[in-house]
Design a protein around this ligand. Structure first.
Ligand code: ASP
Length: 319
């Protein structure tokens, strides 16, 4: 018997900006999220794997300039880009990830290639890029990822001496629903397919003004990304160091398996209790094998969308 498929995506969590009251500013985000959920949903309804659906959704998010993975990724302290991505298949716990890459156009494809190759789970820097070239993945100059908005954001972060910016939306001349200066730019997707299998994928430029060589939670299996058919598929966004320390994505699955918690109880405990206890800001998206979807965040907003079966996709930005 077929399972009813489900998919959820996120485009980062953050603080509501001064433009939040402008419905027009939000429209483009809702439309982009809806289109991406629909594409993943259509693939799942045709019987494709959850793994294919999450990779497609994350690729589309990487390519969409509204979100900050891929094109539009944030700058490091040295005004360079270092991208991280991961993907995990819940049926057999295969996983692949890349970290600190700056020439791979779609890092999630490289993560998928690492997964398919199977020899390793995480490749970083020049080695990851050599692997991507071997696999004939599309390579670009690092300037492909740069945008003027991100450069200004770096300048503000340098001036303030911060890694994650911490200023109000008005100072930022905000024109986006979530304050770009305080938004975590990661994108991600989780899915349950017709065959009852789960998968998760996450891709990011990391955090503005991060030290060169810094790796966040997104490409770390168990921290920012995890999927296990026995429990759930999870993709996180937020202050990566805390998500790593909390083993956030794995903790959701562990709570379900060992403590018998529901998806809702487990995701709520991680996002509303464990992470805030150590100063962790952000959120996550998760789906379990029954098709339950939870999208909790402890910030003011998180770009998100989801769909179950043939239902129309739902999208949201604020609480
Ligand atoms: N979690 C990501 C990181 O720390 C940032 C984000 O969610 O945007 O690299």
């Amino acid at each position: 018997m077929n399972t009813t498929p489900a998919i959820a995506i996120h485009g980062g969590a953050g603080t509501v900006s001064a433009a939040a009251l402008d419905a027009g500013a939000a429209l483009a985000y809702h439309e982009a999220l809806r289109g991406i959920v629909q594409a993943g949903q259509a693939l799942l309804l045709r019987g494709a794997s959850a793994l294919d659906a999450v990779c497609l959704a994350v690729e589309m998010l990487e390519d969409c300039p509204l979100f900050n993975a891929g094109h539009g990724a944030v700058f490091t302290h040295a005004a360079t880009h270092e991208l991280d991505a991961a993907v995990m298949n819940g049926a057999d716990l295969r996983a692949g990830a890349v970290a600190c890459v700056s020439h791979i156009r779609r890092p999630v494809r490289a993560a998928r290639a690492v997964l398919e190759d199977g020899a390793h789970v995480l490749l970083a820097g020049a080695g990851a890029e050599a692997f991507a070239r071997e696999r004939a993945l599309e390579m670009v100059e690092p300037s492909h990822f740069s945008t003027e908005a991100r450069r200004l954001q770096l300048e503000r972060a340098l001036a303030a001496g911060r890694v994650a910016l911490d200023h109000d939306g008005t100072a930022n001349n905000a024109t986006t629903p979530l304050d770009e200066g305080q938004k975590f730019g990661t994108v991600g997707a989780v899915a349950l397919d017709l065959h009852g299998h789960l998968a998760a994928a996450t891709s990011t430029g990391g955090m503005t003004n991060k030290r060169v060589g810094r790796v966040g939670d997104s490409p770390l299996i168990g921290a920012g990304t995890y999927a296990d058919d026995e429990s759930a598929a999870v993709s996180c966004t937020g202050s990566g160091e805390m998500f790593i320390r909390a083993a956030a994505a794995y903790d959701v699955c562990a709570r379900m398996r060992y403590a018998g918690q529901s998806l809702e109880q487990a995701t709520h405990a991680v996002v509303m209790q464990s992470l805030p206890r150590i100063g962790g800001n952000g959120g996550l998206i998760a789906v379990d094998r029954h098709g339950n979807i939870c999208l909790p965040f402890n910030t003011e907003g998180m770009y998100r969308g989801h769909a179950r079966g043939t239902e129309l996709p739902q999208t949201a930005i604020y609480r």
